[in-house]
Design a binder for this molecule. Structure first.
Ligand SMILES: CC(=O)N[C@H]1[C@@H](OP(=O)(O)O)O[C@H](CO)[C@@H](O)[C@@H]1O
Ligand SMILES: [Mg+2]
Length: 544
């Protein structure tokens, strides 16, 4: 390690004194102007991680659904997964080291993690469409180069596409070709094969309006468009030609405001969807004939997908185990429907896709989605081999079902939740099952629910257990929630500190009772105000 060169180049990406950031659920995220040193240092860290794992490591420059002025960065591990927790800690230490200490901290990390500095390193880089992203990704490259790592800059990519590239490169192309063309070809081939099997694919199944949040999703869906145009016509809105990234549009806006994005003209019963700013989340929605807005979130996406997979497994008569992974934010109706009607086991993990992804790896087929629309399906290697074998051995209807499963495996991005891939899966399932968006929505009725953001002096005084569903500290808070919950039917409430914002999140759901709403607010003001609350605002989903 050439410490002189590192010191010299680091000075060109100097850290503002006193700035402290944490590698959180989604990497580092803050105002773009504070991130130059973080990018340079993440370039350095990616080289160390690459040397340690003897694999290609990814660096994605994006702040997903945050406002355009923000930016962020996250590292992608060898099989396209999120960075390992011990390296998240290294990332935080390195980003926060004051300028003069940085080379020493870097050395410490390489010693602690037993990095062989003689090993070659290779880093791939992608970025979203934010005005600040190009310059910031250049700072990542500076970090990689000063440690003599090699790199490939993919330029503009969706976050899941970068995960895909990393996965492809570390499996010698077995997962697919590590190019945009390879990505489009793999997905479109699986999509075409699948939809070919449909009996009915009338016009209503063939067109879809997509709100691209004025982000990278628009560019990448355009590239995919001509590969799938025979089967599906997509109309792109908020494609970045006029509006501002994530402003009044995108999956996060639609999910949290429960209304259509700006720029989307919807006819009754027309199927529409929204991507978020880096195209790793998707939600669907429509207006009914009375003009009421209906959101179809990650929970209902997981339900549609798992019921389809279960039917195919029944058809081929193979007892592969299937599990659905959710977080505490999943609507109680979805959990009940999956467990009681579909008889699928459901598991709850902490918030953040890395937790869901990890749990989903325990099953032959692991379906995971956050309510906000981030998710995918993972197939174990053994399940994949078995399905491929059955697609050759079985006959007639069984063979057809096995072939469909084979294509479904290829259509899902198994490295990360992917709006483009999920959209194609959903469109294929709706076509194959001959379902309209209303029929899909009618699988179950969401319980009315609320989310509240409360500012407190120090959100870390709240600690939780049981996948964040129970409060441990401060004392008394869980008892207050228990007292409240037992008075209402089908009610559930929990409080946890956010991992991405300086706030505490309160979630509550119950069947329709006006007083529940008032009671929850009262509980919050009595218990959270004691923590130095600075008030909060309800995000309404449905009126109780
Ligand atoms: C309730 C909610 O939607 N929480 C989001 C949000 O996490 P918080 O820790 O709740 O701030 O951002 C995460 C990263 O994007 C996402 O994974 C998660 O689902
Ligand atoms: Mg995102």
């Amino acid at each position: 390690m050439d410490l002189d060169a590192i010191t010299k180049y680091s000075a060109l990406h100097a850290k503002p004194n006193g700035l402290v950031l944490q590698y959180g659920t989604a990497g580092f995220r803050t105002k773009a102007e504070h991130l130059d040193h973080v990018m340079f240092r993440m370039g350095l860290l990616a080289v160390l991680r690459s040397k340690q794992t003897k694999s290609t490591i990814g660096v994605m420059v994006t702040a997903s659904h945050n406002p355009e002025e923000d930016n962020g960065v996250k590292l992608v591990d060898p099989l396209g997964e999120m960075l390992a927790p011990s390296w998240e800690e290294h990332a935080t230490c390195l980003a926060n080291a004051e300028e003069q200490d940085m080379p020493r901290v870097l050395m410490d990390i390489s010693v602690k993690a037993a990095v062989n500095l003689q090993q070659d390193a290779f880093v791939v880089i992608g970025r979203d469409t934010r005005p600040s992203s190009e310059k910031l990704s250049q700072s990542v490259i500076d970090g990689v180069t000063v440690l003599e790592g090699q790199f490939h800059d993919y330029g503009l990519l969706t976050t899941p596409q970068l995960h895909y590239m990393v996965y492809c490169r570390n499996t010698s192309g077995q997962y697919g070709k590590a190019t945009i063309e390879g990505y489009c070809q793999k997905l479109s081939k699986a999509f075409t094969e699948l939809t070919k099997q449909a009996f009915c694919s009338g016009d209503e199944y063939r067109s879809l309006k997509v709100d691209c949040a004025n982000g990278i999703g628009a560019l990448k869906l355009r590239e995919m468009e001509h590969y799938i145009s025979q089967e599906l016509s997509v109309q792109l809105l908020n494609d970045g030609t006029k509006g501002k990234l994530n402003h009044l549009c995108g999956a996060d806006f639609v999910k949290s405001h429960q209304k259509p994005p700006q720029g989307m003209e919807m006819k009754p019963n027309e199927r529409c969807c929204s991507f978020d700013g880096d195209a790793d989340r998707i939600v669907y929605y429509y207006l009914d004939v009375d003009g009421h807005f209906h959101l179809i979130d990650g929970d209902k996406i997981a339900t549609l997908i798992s019921s389809f997979l279960k039917e195919l497994l029944l058809e081929i008569g193979e007892s592969l185990n299937i599990g659905v992974v959710q977080t505490a934010y999943a609507n109680g109706s979805s959990t009940r429907y999956l467990e009681e009607v579909m008889k699928v086991p459901v598991y709850c993990t902490k918030t953040g896709v890395k937790h869901l992804h990890h749990k989903a790896q325990e099953f032959d087929i692991g379906v995971y989605f956050e309510a906000n629309g981030h998710g995918t399906v993972l197939f174990s290697k053994a399940a994949e081999i078995r399905i491929k074998q059955l697609a050759k051995e079985l006959e007639d209807k069984k063979r057809k079902a096995a072939k469909m499963l084979e294509n479904v495996i290829d259509l899902f991005n198994q490295a990360a939740g992917d709006a483009i891939s999920d959209m194609l899966v959903i469109e294929a399932i709706l076509t194959l099952k001959g379902l309209t968006v209303q029929q899909w929505d009618a699988l179950y009725m969401d319980l009315p629910n609320r989310q509240l953001k409360v500012k407190v002096a120090d959100r870390q005084v709240i600690s939780t257990t049981d996948a964040e569903r129970q409060v441990v500290t401060p004392p008394g808070l869980q008892e207050a929630i228990n007292d409240l919950v037992k008075k209402y039917k089908l009610s559930r409430a929990f409080v946890r500190p956010s991992g991405t914002e300086d706030i505490v999140r309160v979630y509550a759901e119950a069947d329709s009772q006006v007083s529940w709403d008032t009671s929850i607010k009262k509980m919050c003001s009595e218990n959270l105000t004691a923590l130095g609350s600075r008030g909060g605002s309800w995000r309404e989903k449905k009126t109780i």
